[in-house]
Design a protein around this ligand. Structure first.
Ligand code: PTT
Ligand code: SF4
Length: 611
């Protein structure tokens, strides 16, 4: 096989044994890599109903045929597992040198199973693994851990680690790298912690084998040059994703006070221009020529790498109006290795719960919007599961509200807290959150920028089709080729480079029809995985948070705006119909057969009625 490495490294943490195994060629062709390969492995080998924290739950690192190549922004790694936050499929995409070294190691995926008795550091050279005692690293934050490992293994080694959040099984702990790269929002870092893996180091020496290296390099160089020449490049280099704060405020979608409003009176204190005035550094993923990690010094003197999502959710969403203060919480989340988006979601939910009296009897403190000191304390309490409240919030909003009430203002879909877009007046984005394969993350379909310009308030078939188109490109193609999507999303790199690059790399003919079919296959298989895990499956799993239907906006130009149940159900019907799924969001037999997923039918038939 050209383009792929064709091998999976299996690491048994119980026995401290490993094996490197070739996987079926058809998997590479039918799922490409990254997310596609991860879900195929999980379907085949994960035991249905397994507890996400049990040794049997598989943890997967995967790359695709374009990862680590001389093309735009290709240093990305997919981390996936059954999620402890949602109970369904979970993954994340992290920019790290680990992906580049993994590419050179001759592997397409690493699967970790079992549980080490003691904290362990895995040191991988190509596919040779040594298991080292990590007692001295356990308890250390992610920055110190990486600093220590980099001193020992050198700056060009690939390193990923967890912080205390992952060690203490915070349900939204992530996998961390390079002081500010974080991946696996649905608790993939906690799965790593449950296996007692503190860090993994990798070094590869094998290079890569492409079908048509000459044309691949020419096409890659063209794309790299195009990135730098795009009209939006200079502004992107100034503000990166932070420009979205002003846009979100203007569009009334900036999450404010636990997604109660779409505008924040003090947004100027946290916007992209403020960031520019405070910027001290810029960094990003390996080999990227449009680096978007904008660094400022936080109020406590730490360097903090900011993105729109982090700033909106830890800023306006909890009433903090000063960027350096937002950065304090962001820094802590990075050091502790917990997801900023879910963190902002639980702090927002906790504040509303406190104000409604739901925390009485749990915690004597009263949470107020914008109380940096209290939020700062709570972040540590969550990461170390220290107090009763910290322990409750470490469960995420879905588990927490099931314990004490307040599910009517818990802003999550399938248990994953929503990224930073208020959807009272954005039905298409609500659909994107609710049908995303991992819960309410924007990565699969950031339809909101299209939606605010195109028939914003409608629940039309065209809108459902747009969500699917974006899911195919973003959640299907980019998550599987496993490169960064921002060159296309943010500065308009021509998408047609990607089918060509895939064809030159592998020797197979990739057209958009082929890529869309693969994307649909991956989506349907992830859906089948969810159904296998939830025998109560029905369309209510694809509903957005109640708050967006029941509590209208009270401020800004769209005051009074809210979602309509009737409209949303119509939109969801269009979505299901276009995907070839039934009224409960279950792929029909015909769809499964068309996508070469017949092997899921016997399992699904035991759980739901297949049409
Ligand atoms: C991603 C999610 C995002 S999406 C952000 S900000 W964004 C948050 N960043 C966090 C952080 O930082 N620290 C922390 N402790 N938790 C964080 N949680 C949040 O995680 C990220 C970039 C960004 S910045 C985006 S949009 C794009 N996302 C991509 C994607 O999903 N797929 C893809 N093929 N390319 C992408 N490119 C961009 O990558 P998750 P990263 Mg991330 C401080 O991991 O789980 O997918 O959640 O990977 O290396 O940090 O790059 O405005
Ligand atoms: Fe990483 Fe940003 Fe570059 Fe994408 S654009 S590869 S997220 S630095």
């Amino acid at each position: 096989m050209k383009g792929w490495n064709g091998k999976i490294l299996w690491i048994d943490l119980n026995k401290k044994e490993t094996k490197t195994v070739e996987y079926p060629k058809e998997w590479a062709m039918e799922y490409i890599g990254g997310r596609g390969l991860a879900i195929r492995i999980l379907w085949e080998y994960n035991k249905p109903g397994v507890d996400p924290f049990s040794p049997e739950n598989l943890l997967i690192f995967a790359i695709g045929p374009l990862t680590g190549m001389p093309i735009p922004s290709s240093g990305k790694l997919q981390v996936a597992s059954k999620s402890p936050l949602t109970g369904g499929y979970g993954d994340g995409n992290i920019g790290t040198l680990f992906s580049v070294e993994m590419r050179k190691s001759g592997l397409d995926a690493i699967v970790f199973y079992g549980r080490s008795e003691k904290p362990v550091l895995l040191n991988i050279e190509n596919d040779k693994v040594s298991f080292e005692d990590a007692d001295d690293l356990w308890g250390m934050d992610s920055w110190k851990t990486e600093e220590k490992l980099r001193k020992r293994f050198g700056r060009f080694s690939g390193i990923v680690e967890i912080g205390p959040g992952g060690e203490n099984l915070v349900r939204f702990a992530t996998v961390m790298s390079q002081e500010g790269r974080s991946g696996g929002r649905p608790g993939i870092g906690a799965v790593m912690g449950s296996k007692k893996i503190k860090a993994v180091v990798i070094k590869g020496t094998k290079g890569y084998d492409l079908f048509d290296e000459k044309n691949f390099k020419i096409e890659g160089a063209k794309a790299l040059k195009e990135v730098r020449e795009r009209p939006g490049y200079n502004f992107w280099m100034r503000e990166g994703t932070m420009a979205t704060i002003d846009w979100a405020q203007e569009a009334s979608v900036l999450p404010t006070y636990n997604f109660s409003e779409g505008v924040f009176d003090e947004y100027k204190g946290i916007d992209g221009y403020t960031m520019e005035s405070l910027k001290v550094d810029q960094r990003g993923c390996p080999g990227c020529n449009m680096q978007c990690g904008n660094v400022i010094t936080d109020s406590e003197g730490n360097k903090s790498e900011l993105d729109y999502e982090n700033v909106a959710i830890l800023g306006s969403n909890i009433g903090i109006n000063r960027l350096q203060d937002v950065a304090v919480l962001n820094t802590l989340a990075d050091k502790y290795g917990i997801d900023t988006i879910s963190l902002g979601g639980v702090l927002g939910w906790g504040t509303e719960a406190s104000q409604k009296g739901l925390l009485e009897g749990i915690d004597g403190r009263k949470l107020e919007w914008g109380d940096l000191k209290l939020y700062r304390d709570l972040v540590s309490e969550i990461a170390f599961r220290k107090t009763e409240l910290g322990n409750l919030l470490a469960e995420g909003t879905m588990h927490a509200c099931n314990k004490i009430g307040g599910c009517d203002f818990a802003v999550n879909a399938k248990g994953l807290e929503a990224s930073a877009y208020d959807c009272h007046t954005a039905p298409g984005m609500a659909l994107a959150f609710s049908t995303s394969p991992i819960g309410a993350h924007h990565k699969d379909a950031w339809v909101i920028s299209w939606e605010v310009q195109n028939d914003r308030f409608s629940y039309s078939r065209e809108k459902a089709a747009k969500v699917i188109e974006l899911q195919r490109i973003r959640g299907g193609m980019f998550e599987s080729i496993t490169t960064c999507r921002l060159p296309w999303v943010e500065i308009g790199l021509n998408l047609d480079h990607y089918p060509l690059l895939l064809s030159y790399a592998t020797g197979l003919k990739y057209t958009w029809d082929v890529i869309y079919e693969i994307a649909d296959r991956i989506y349907a298989l992830i859906r089948a995985f969810w159904i296998r895990e939830f025998n109560t499956w029905n369309r209510s799993y694809d509903m957005p948070p109640e708050k967006w239907f029941k509590k209208p906006l009270t401020k800004g130009p769209l005051a009074g705006g809210k979602l309509s149940y009737e409209g949303y159900n119509q939109l969801l019907d269009h979505y299901y119909d276009l995907r070839g799924w039934d009224k409960n969001g279950v792929p029909t037999k015909e769809t499964l057969k068309k996508l070469n997923l017949e092997f899921t039918i016997p399992t699904l038939e035991k759980i739901v009625k297949l049409n």
